[in-house]
Design a protein around this ligand. Sequence first.
Ligand code: APR
Length: 245
Amino acid sequence: MPDPASAPLWVQARERLAAAQSVAVLTGAGISAESGIPTFRGAGGLWNNYRPEDLATPQAFSRDPRLVWEWYNWRRETIAKAVPNPAHRALVKLETAKPQFTLITQNVDGLHDLAGSGRILKLHGDIWRLRCTSCGAHWPDRRAPLPKLPPHCGCGGLARPGVVWFGEPLPDGMMQEAEHAAAEAEVFLVIGTSAVVYPAAGLVPFAKQSGATVIEINPEQTAFSAMADFSFQEPAGELLPKLVS
Ligand code: APR
């Protein structure tokens, strides 16, 4: 009987994932990279060309709502052309196989929904929803591009993207649900995130301290690569389907 520890690392990770009853996943922009959506950091990242504080903060929006909407309109058009890739689909397959499964995403692109994922905690909101800055109403709007910038609410108030900007609180109760999932997880998958934005990034050490096996997939090393039980510097679209097979 060969020693299981001598099997390739990805096989060991696959076996560990197969045996787990409770799985939680944290995804970032990298899981959508192979769908053609640019990431924020790392090679070719958006923040290499723009300053976050100029585009993704409440101050930027109140200073120049039209500029911020031009950027989100461009992102909506880019995302509208994208389809889920094998990594998104592998998570849907994993969800159907697990009695306890929670997908926690930092992404606002909606590709996990499009792929068919069910239980999704959207920590940073949804680019396909708009919210009125006056009356607080919020609604889905998938038009890309939007016909008029900046868009307005039926009440006449200025509408903003339904996303969480730097310095803003996460949706009520969202982090508590995410922390509960991380605490219960036997395996915590960390896929396509630079793990530099909190509180989302804090879920990784939290899961580890709660006893989860942490499996990271990211072509670049991150601050948590050393603490991960498995850290694969590979594209998620190639490795994740193998781990879920
Ligand atoms: N597979 C897996 N990971 C990939 C791939 C790929 N094919 N391609 C790139 N990556 C990795 C990059 O190496 C990078 O570490 O994905 C990571 C993406 O990191 P970021 O661009 O920082 O995205 P994310 O971690 O989701 O950012 C968190 O920051 O700007 C805010 O609100 C925004 O939700 C976002 C948050």
